[in-house]
Ligand binder design. Structure first.
Ligand SMILES: [Zn+2]
Length: 174
């Protein structure tokens, strides 16, 4: 057998068992374990929080807006996110920010210290703080994918030119 999947297996090992962006998981409130989101909606990590495009209906956005005066949220206008189950503050959503945080405005930021993750493959609950959700890992995967697509395109071009040279029409008109 020419291909036994070992290449893919090795790649999965190399990217690490603890990388939050490469594993299927659900995100839970640290205090009451209510499900707040899942890894399909995670798009990175910022200000020690998991950046989510979507969360479940059990995440309540506080109507009160706050102004950050210190730390990473300085000069930001944001609202707290609370767990519907136990009212625990699980994160925030930034409405207005300096340019450095512009990319995560209006997204759901779940504070890693207040979140636990249930990793489906391992059937294990771990603290989000022990996982990495940084975009650079996704970037590396995308770069590799782009290289593979470009290699396939080169191959297609080669096939097309060989067909042209052999007199076979590759025109798409019928
Ligand atoms: Zn809770």
């Amino acid at each position: 057998m020419e291909f036994d999947g070992s290449v893919l297996y090795r790649h999965a090992e190399k990217t690490g068992a603890e990388e939050g962006l490469t594993q299927w998981m659900t995100l839970h409130c640290l205090r009451c374990s209510t499900v707040l989101g899942d890894s399909l909606s995670v798009c990175g990590e910022c200000v020690n929080s998991i950046v989510c495009l979507r969360v479940t209906g059990d995440v309540v956005v506080s109507e009160t807006m706050k102004s950050g005066s210190k730390g990473e949220m300085v000069d930001c206008i944001y609202s707290s996110l609370k767990c519907r189950g136990c009212r625990f503050a699980v994160g925030s959503v930034i409405h207005s920010s300096p340019p450095g945080l512009a990319a995560v405005r209006s997204m759901f930021l779940l504070h890693k210290t207040n979140i636990t993750c249930y990793i489906l493959k391992r059937s294990a609950m771990v603290n989000a703080s022990s996982l990495t959700f940084e975009m650079k890992h996704l970037r590396a995967s995308m770069d590799q994918m782009q290289q593979e697509v470009e290699a396939q395109m080169d191959l297609l071009s080669l096939c097309q030119s060989r067909l042209s040279n052999s007199g076979v029409s590759v025109s798409q008109s019928f």
